[in-house]
Design a protein around this ligand. Structure first.
Ligand code: FMN
Ligand code: SF4
Length: 554
């Protein structure tokens, strides 16, 4: 097959919504890298200043400017893969590129090769593996988003409908938008992407915002190390996310939708494309999706590798083809989102919860949680644990029970030394603080947060200073650099966690505390505000390890 010409690529994408990312990928795939010729042609065609385009392209990890760079093996060096021999695998593979966590912590070590994600047990053994299904819950535990995910055929439209899919939406489309808003409000559903904002309130704000067209964005960027739940949901239950997006569109009056999918999930993109096509063919998307003459459609857009693009305003800039810096807020996306118009941005898990709430009711969902906590949360467990994977737990469930009983505990003769929370962003919990329930208020009371629900486990053989240093290096690499407390602070903290800074322990602690406080108070977005939790929690739980490091410098 002959490679498509520039003209054919432009004809395919130019008039589509959010065309920059797909065009960059199309040229990158065709040429093996982004050549100067390609960038100049795209700049002229889309009327993007060439200097801006160069700046944007070099910001992303996976858009190579080196000849044939697309085919250089890219190996995860995230915290879990580092423990599982990523360095030896890189050595064995020859020329490689280090990449941050691509969301396969349940099956280390992932290697991206062209458009494939392979799992490397060693440099010699690389294999393509489908995304694992979540382990079944213990008897008597009721799930929400995973309730039907293990049923055969669920990924396709026919299987989805046969297992109850789209039934709740059909009823909702017969009712009013206000009824959907009231139901979601009453369910207590809150954002599962990190911030935990009440979904009903977000949708109402967009419904009440005057200007159109409105947009629904599914945030499938999932860049937080240790998080891989959105991949499982999209790979095995894509129609649930589509159904949730259609319900959101009906509730707020939106006519267009995007799934912003992280680059590192190429197999997921293919699954999503099929599901969106199926939904279109069945008339669930398209000109009459929300009723006669009420259109809604979904476009899948693949990111290009940048953790900050998970932050919703950075994501919107990326979709719009701008440099993906986070925006200053207010105004918020609910009034000034995609193209400056009212926009719902919701996480995959949040949207996947909606069809179940439509079908089974607000009370059913709320009462899945324990005590005053509504609903469930998917926890991605990885690291030193017998059965890593995605577990859907009732909100308010004890962490110890999840670790020890559901997931089989750490290895034989080992104990859990520490876990991370919110992937890496919540820092560490250790010691007696592991006796906590999995809900935002309880975890915040320990100085951390639940966030998107990634938990990495480290047993008593691990050097927590090394883990903390690797974590801070990740934040320093991924800081977008827009504001200096984060740009400089993450670098200075990385150096200190590598043994730099004053030799005197008190002076060292003062300096690290000062850096952390300044970053938390003055960084412009969640990355810079959360990154210091790694250093703070290391000091809280492992002060003797820091003292030992400083003493060893003499
Ligand atoms: C640095 C950073 C990275 C983020 N990454 C993600 C992400 O990968 N996926 C996600 O859904 N939300 C992410 N968020 C949170 C989003 O900004 C936003 O709150 C979320 O998508 C809203 O959806 P929800 O209300 O359904 O949680 C991130 C936030 C920050 C500050
Ligand atoms: S806090 Fe960090 S990631 Fe966020 S805007 Fe500032 S520099 Fe960028």
């Amino acid at each position: 097959m002959t490679a498509p010409s520039d003209r054919e690529l432009f004809d395919r994408w130019r008039d589509q919504p959010a065309p920059l990312l797909p065009l960059l990928h199309a040229f990158h795939d065709r040429d093996g890298s982004l050549t100067e010729h390609a960038l100049r042609a795209i700049s002229a065609e889309l009327r993007v200043p060439i200097a801006d385009l160069f700046g944007t392209v070099t910001f992303y990890h996976h858009l190579s400017r080196e000849p044939d760079g697309r085919h250089t093996p890219r190996v995860c060096v995230g915290p879990i893969c580092a423990l599982r021999g990523a360095a030896a695998i890189r050595e064995g593979l020859g020329k490689t590129m280090a990449i941050p966590c691509p969301g396969r912590c349940d099956e280390p070590v992932p290697v991206l090769l062209g458009d494939r994600v392979l799992i490397a047990s060693s440099a010699e053994l690389l294999e393509q593996r489908p995304s694992p299904l979540p382990p079944s819950p213990p008897a008597g535990v009721e799930e929400c988003v995973f309730a039907h995910i293990r049923e055969p055929g669920r990924t396709g439209l026919e299987g989805y409908v046969a297992t109850g899919g789209y039934a709740g939406l059909d009823d909702a489309l017969d009712g009013s938008p206000e009824e959907i808003l009231e139901l979601i409000d009453a369910s207590g559903l809150a954002g599962r992407g990190g911030a935990g904002f009440p979904t009903g309130r977000k949708w109402r704000a967009v419904a009440e915002a005057g200007r159109t067209p409105k947009t629904i964005v599914c945030n499938a960027d999932e860049g937080e190390p240790g998080c891989f739940k959105d991949r499982a949901l999209l790979d095995h239950d894509p129609h649930a996310v589509i159904e949730g997006m259609i319900a959101a569109a009906r509730a707020v009056g939106a006519s267009r939708g995007f799934v912003y999918l992280r680059y590192e999930y190429p197999a997921t993109e293919r699954i999503l494309d099929v599901a969106v096509d199926e939904a279109r063919s069945a008339g669930r998307l398209g000109p009459d999706a929300l009723g006669p003459g009420r259109p809604f459609d979904i476009h899948v857009r693949r990111g290009a590798g940048a953790y900050i693009c998970g932050e919703e305003t950075s994501l919107l800039n990326s979709l719009e083809g701008k440099h993906p810096f986070p925006r200053n807020r207010p105004p918020f996306p609910v009034t000034h989102g995609y193209e400056g118009l009212p926009t719902v941005v919701n996480n995959v898990e949040t949207l996947a919860s909606v069809p179940h709430i439509l079908a089974r009711g607000a009370d059913w969902y709320r009462l899945l949680g324990r005590g005053e906590h509504a609903g469930t949360k998917v926890i991605s467990l990885s690291g030193d644990i017998a059965r890593p994977g995605n577990y859907e737990v009732p909100m308010g469930f004890p962490l110890r029970t999840l670790l020890e009983e559901w997931a089989g505990g750490p290895g034989e003769g080992r104990s859990v030394q520490a876990v991370t929370m919110a992937g890496l962003s919540g820092g560490f919990l250790a010691g007696d603080d592991l006796d906590v329930t999995l809900d935002e208020p309880s975890i915040r009371a320990k100085g951390s947060f639940l966030g998107a629900g990634g938990i990495m486990v480290f047993d008593d053989s691990r050097d927590m200073l090394e883990v903390a240093h690797a974590a801070m290096e990740f934040f320093a690499e991924e800081s977008c650099g827009k504001c200096f407390p984060c740009r400089i602070g993450t670098r200075r903290l990385t150096e200190r966690l590598d043994g730099g800074g004053p030799a005197d322990i008190e002076a060292w602690v003062d300096e690290v505390t000062d850096l952390s406080t300044t970053m938390k108070q003055t960084s412009a977005c969640g990355l810079g505000q959360a990154a210091p939790l790694i250093a703070e929690s290391l000091l809280r739980y492992f002060p003797e390890r820091v003292s030992r490091q400083l003493a060893s410098r003499g």
